[in-house]
Design a protein around this ligand. Structure first.
Ligand code: GLC
Ligand code: MG
Length: 721
């Protein structure tokens, strides 16, 4: 491997998929709302990537769960799922199974646990986060370790809330509470901002879904359809005989079962637009002359026991069959045949067509199945089918609301035998070429190459420092203004405490600039800090000589565009640039007048929309800091722990306001002093964040006692949920 360049062989790929239940053996798909297609997707992706000769190792990180309500398989720390692939289960937060909306408070705990895991194994070449939760976690890890990041949303918060709000602007409070949309959007924005590549399954997903985000960057979007297991969907051989059960079942409905079949297969869901298909067929004598219509609408025993929505669709279909008097021409079996592939084969053998007239179709699996069997397709132009037809050229797209277009497409299918043959052949070859996991992995890795070429090997990936930080085994890191300062008596006590415990390291993390912070430290008569984290988590120095952390320094400027940021924000109403000596290389700071200025959310949005990657922190209701995405006290603190191999449990962090937020979360022992400002209120129920009664340094001392930090450390709020 060339120095400074990344390897393109022997890759280690880390996939993260946090919620739900994931296991290699007999995955429990569809057990609940959190065990859907994503589980299958990540398992298949992991195995296929691992099988590639260029990949040394794939690990799929998920949550470790101990819960009698679910199988003990989910508590196993490591489960091999292929020769070079394994599931690694990381414990974080409560032990029991939680639904995905309940995971948000624990994401930073996962980040810290995973750092430990990487430190013990090896830093991956790439991290790929799946869904918003792992998107947030993976983005933080990637920023911290300076490795590229890939994101796949699977489904997006803004799309879901749009659907739930039914066109209204404001989502009802109850839905917000249940689905935690605000957290989800923010996580998705962070993931999009961090990602070098966003892998999506269809181009419509890109156009209609990712476009709803501030951080929409078309150039980073990459449509790579997932592999589909099409082995079972082979065309019928010359001498193929349809199984008797299939023939008999259709014979119960059809007067002339030898005629071509117009086949559709879909859940009885309004959006599938099945009624429309019956209308088109019912009003077209020509279609009725040429073909039978076969509707496979899921399975039912007692129609009256189906969910209301499904009942309605089926009733509508039955009424229309009666209305147009389609008896003998339409089949609508109560159950799926044992093997649906036989139905496609039969339809192909009879020279028929498969149709999916859905109002919108996210992906279109049945269309691929039909195509793979050699049955030409007519498909809605809304959604995934557009890509399928573009890739395979095996049929016709139609507007699902246009009766005449649907009829015309079906007629062409049934009356142009030569074209029919071409469609059929192209479906058989196209689906295999474009929708195999093998093909997915090839494209994935070749796109990954371009990314790896542009990212230097991260410093932290090279040999771990074995040198420990100076003599101490635990560390107190505190903010200056309003945390240390404000109560002189208590501060004197704290200084005395520090002086009496030389085994405890002392660190300061502040929004102030280094020179400014040093002046303040001297003025207060504080001991010389062992660690100085200044300029809102953008500068890191050690010891009496203020030795800069070079590996930190090297990466902090990533994607930092101070001139563009200033051009965007300077002169905005209510934003006043702080004086020159408050600004520094990686910190742009304003005072904000809340009466006049745009909201902090709005400011973030504008930066994102301008394609400017930066972090925004807000403190004391008036200070606004803009810093690089790889900065902030959460990352600087974690960098320090990772580099020096410090256990987070041995680090107590104290703060009072917004610019302390980041370092308070995670596995370190957090203390919020009693005089905290309102931005921190939302951390009330976070694990490992203690809200002291005492103000200023008195609160820090209270926190030290709370965690028994000078003796055998205890973490009383660890089980808080
Ligand atoms: C300190 C810094 C100021 C910053 C604020 C919030 O007061 O001097 O520049 O905006 O902290 O981080
Ligand atoms: Mg402060």
């Amino acid at each position: 491997m060339v120095e400074g360049l990344r390897r393109s062989q022997d890759l280690k790929i880390t996939l993260i998929s946090l919620h739900g239940l994931i296991r290699g053996q007999a995955p429990e798909l569809g057990r609940d709302a959190d065990t859907g297609g994503q589980v299958k997707y990540v398992l298949e992706l992991a195995c296929e990537l691992a099988a590639h000769p260029r990949v040394a190792e794939v690990e799929l990180l998920t949550r470790q769960i101990f819960d009698p309500k679910v199988s003990s398989d989910y508590s196993i720390a490591e489960e091999p799922i292929g020769q070079h692939a394994k599931i690694v289960r990381i414990p974080f937060g409560p032990k029991r199974y939680l639904k995905k909306e309940a995971l948000w408070p624990y994401i930073e705990l996962f980040v810290d646990q995973t750092l430990l895991h990487f430190r013990q194994t090896r830093i991956p070449d790439i991290i790929h986060g799946h869904y918003a939760d792992a998107g947030l976690a993976g983005a933080q890890l990637a920023r911290l370790l300076h490795i590229p990041f890939i994101f796949t949303g699977h489904s997006l918060g803004r799309v879901k809330s749009q659907r739930l709000s039914l066109g209204k602007d404001q989502l009802p409070e109850s839905l917000e509470k249940r689905y935690k949309f605000k957290q989800r959007y923010e996580a998705e924005e962070t993931a999009l901002e961090t990602a070098s590549m966003v892998v999506t399954s269809t181009s419509q997903e890109v156009e209609l879904q990712y476009q709803l985000y501030d951080h929409y960057q078309p150039s980073r979007m990459d449509v790579i359809p997932p592999g589909v297991d099409l082995e079972a969907f082979s065309p019928p051989p010359e001498d193929w005989q349809p199984p008797a059960e299939v023939v008999d079942e259709l014979a119960r409905f059809l007067r002339d079962p030898q005629r071509p079949i117009i086949l559709t297969m879909a859940r009885p869901d309004e959006r599938k637009n099945l009624e429309k298909l019956v209308d088109v067929y019912g009003r077209s004598p020509r279609l009725q002359e040429l073909a039978n219509l076969v509707l496979i609408m899921g399975s039912r025993d007692d129609l009256r026991e189906l969910p209301k929505g499904q009942q309605r669709v089926i009733n509508n279909v039955l009424q229309r069959i009666d209305l147009y008097d389609l008896y003998g021409k339409v089949a609508y079996p109560k159950h799926n045949p044992p093997d649906v592939a036989d139905l496609y084969r039969l339809a192909k053998q009879l020279g028929g067509v498969f149709i999916n007239p859905a109002l919108t179709e996210p992906f279109g699996l049945t269309l691929l199945e039909a195509g793979a069997t050699g049955l030409p397709i007519v498909a809605t132009h809304d959604g995934g089918p557009r890509d399928i037809i573009a890739n395979c050229k095996n049929g016709i797209l139609v507007d699902p609301l246009d009766d005449a277009a649907i009829e015309a497409a079906l007629l062409r299918m049934l009356t142009e035998p030569q074209q029919w043959q071409t469609w059929s052949q192209q479906g058989i070859s196209g689906t295999r070429q474009h929708y195999s996991w093998r093909n997915h992995a090839e494209r994935y890795l070749s796109d990954l190459d371009k990314i790896l070429k542009e990212s230097p090997v991260p410093d932290l990936a090279s040999a771990h420092k074995t040198r420990r930080m100076p003599e101490f085994d635990r560390l107190i890191v505190t903010d200056l203004d309003n945390t240390l300062t404000g109560d002189e008596g208590a501060l004197a006590e704290l200084i005395e405490l520090l002086n009496n415990h030389p085994q405890i390291g002392f660190g300061v993390a502040t929004g102030r600039r280094l020179d400014d912070a040093m002046q303040m430290i001297e003025h207060l008569g504080l001991p010389r800090p062992d660690v100085l984290d200044t300029d809102v988590g953008t500068q890191l120095h050690y010891g009496v000589n203020l030795t800069p952390d070079l590996s930190w320094r090297k990466q902090i400027g990533y994607a930092w565009k101070p001139i563009e940021i200033r051009a965007l924000l300077d002169g905005q109403p209510g934003l006043f640039l702080q004086s020159e000596e408050k600004l520094s290389e990686f910190k742009i700071s304003y005072e904000l007048d809340a009466q006049l200025a745009p909201s902090v959310d709005e400011i973030k949005k504008r930066l994102r929309e301008a394609g400017l990657r930066a972090r925004v922190t807000f403190s004391l209701g008036m200070y606004l800091d803009i810093i690089p995405v790889r900065g902030g006290s959460d990352l600087s603190m974690r960098h320090l722990l990772y580099k020096w191999g410090f256990a987070p449990e041995h680090v107590l962090v104290a703060g009072d306001s917004g610019n302390d937020e980041g370092m308070l979360l995670g596995r370190t022992l957090g203390v919020v002093v009693g005089n905290y400002s309102p931005e921190l209120e939302r951390f009330r129920n976070r694990p490992r964040v203690y809200f002291a009664q005492g103000h200023h340094a008195r609160g820090i001392i209270e926190g030290i006692n709370y965690y028994q930090f000078l003796g055998d450390i205890v973490i009383p709020n660890d089980d808080a949920e």
